[in-house]
Design a protein around this ligand. Structure first.
Ligand code: CMC
Length: 377
């Protein structure tokens, strides 16, 4: 058998060129279409950043207004999809989200259109509808009626309104806006790669987005924010941090919210949510969680020498918690931000498509003799 060079987990393998996002792991930088994530998080809006990512350049005011208006008018979901959500309301929010996104394809007349224009048109609609699904499911399972989207609110503000039933103040809406910006895209992350694999077969955008959302659910990817807040609740108070982390180390358990497949320095997205968490904790009169997590970060500093640094999910969980969002919805918020990111990557994949089909090195036996079942010992 010929020797093959295995790249387990496809680590350090470049499978194509991209112009959408660049994760520079050794120095902890993230670039969207040439712009630093810090500039976009501080100065842009989610709608403008989605436009940038989908179209390749920043919009003029008129372009942004038209794009924003399309997003706002595309938020509603059919009653049939609300009925499906109702019938599976006991499921995990991510399972409900993927099922509802899949169901939406049945209401799309051009479901099989995989042209650039078709994918973009449907992709903008899916991006606008994803928050409506998450919010409708949460309200239905809580015994409330889903709220209609409010076209006077931006994407982030409307999401919080539909989810929590109250129009957020400007600071809260801006914090969610930032959170969505920093989660939008992230190079060849596992779920975007999975979405690309689906798109590479010339399957449609709904299928590719469902693949992405299904892949995001795992605790090593989108599920970490939930794990971080569980950890903070288990720790309970600042004085318990050291002993808690020592116990984890002894049992060789991972600390959620630390480490990354690409970053060997601090994840550049983390700082925006750390600041947001600090401000929100003070505003809500609950500095407690911020203090516990800051202590965890301090005690984890020695890990940085091994390239295990804080990642985006370490701080996002506390932001969601302080906003009053239940923990099992944390990944769904990540998904709401990442759905347009899948659309961007699917467009890029389709524009210069090649079927994604790597090889597996077979190491099992080859010449076994088939024995009829009656003769097997
Ligand atoms: N806590 C303790 N040890 C860790 C951690 C951690 N969070 N992350 C990695 N390590 C150790 C790991 O045990 C291993 O040690 P050893 O070599 O002694 O066995 C070493 O670091 C390398 O681990 P790896 O899994 O090969 O490294 P990776 O770069 O593939 O891991 C990761 C990436 C994200 C899967 C991992 O860091 C992890 O499990 N982190 C916790 C989950 C988490 O926070 N995920 C969110 C990622 S950011 C959101 C996103 O973009 O998806």
């Amino acid at each position: 058998m010929a020797e093959v060079e295995l790249k387990r987990g496809l680590r350090d393998v470049y499978f194509d060129n991209t112009e959408s996002s660049n994760v520079i792991g050794d120095i902890g930088r993230l670039i969207y279409r040439g712009y630093d994530i810090h500039d976009l998080a501080e100065k842009s809006t989610f709608e403008e950043t989605v436009y940038l990512m989908m179209h390749g350049q920043l919009p003029t005011q008129a372009e942004l207004d038209a794009f924003d208006s399309t997003m706002r008018s595309s938020r509603a979901i059919p009653q049939e999809v609300i009925d499906i959500i109702t019938s599976i309301k006991q499921g995990h929010p991510m399972d409900v989200l993927r099922t509802a996104l899949s169901a939406l394809s049945s209401f799309e007349p051009d479901v099989d259109d995989v042209s650039h224009e078709g994918t973009l048109r449907k992709g903008i609609k899916i991006a606008a509808q994803a928050p409506t699904i998450v919010a409708a499911h949460h309200r239905i399972r809580s015994g409330d009626k889903p709220l209609d989207p409010d076209p006077s609110l931006n994407h982030a503000g409307n999401f919080l309104y539909m989810l929590l039933g109250e129009k957020p103040d400007e600071d809260t809406s801006r914090l969610m806006d930032k959170d969505l910006i920093v989660h939008l895209d992230h190079g060849s992350n596992a779920s975007s790669f999975a979405a690309r694999v689906t798109a590479s077969t010339l399957a449609d955008i709904h299928g590719a987005v469902v693949t992405g959302v299904s892949t995001l659910k795992g605790p090593l990817h989108g599920g970490a924010a939930e794990g971080v807040m569980k950890m903070a609740l288990e720790i309970g108070e600042e004085g318990n941090v050291e002993a808690y982390l020592a116990g984890k180390r002894e049992r060789r358990e991972r600390i959620m919210g630390f480490g990354h497949a690409v970053y060997r320095a601090e994840d550049p997205r983390a700082r925006h949510l750390r600041e947001g968490s600090r401000e929100l904790a003070n505003k809500k009169g609950q500095p407690h969680w911020f203090e516990i997590l800051s202590k965890v970060e301090e005690h984890m500093r020695p890990y940085a020498e091994r390239g295990i640094c804080v990642n985006v999910d370490f701080w996002s969980g506390s932001v969601y918690y302080l906003l009053g969002i239940p923990e099992d919805l944390f990944i769904s918020i990540f998904a709401v931000a990442r759905v347009p990111g899948y659309v961007v990557q699917v467009l890029e994949q389709q524009d210069k498509n090649i079927l994604l089909r790597p090889l597996l090195n077979y190491v099992g036996p080859t010449d076994l003799e088939y024995v009829p079942i009656a003769n097997r010992g």
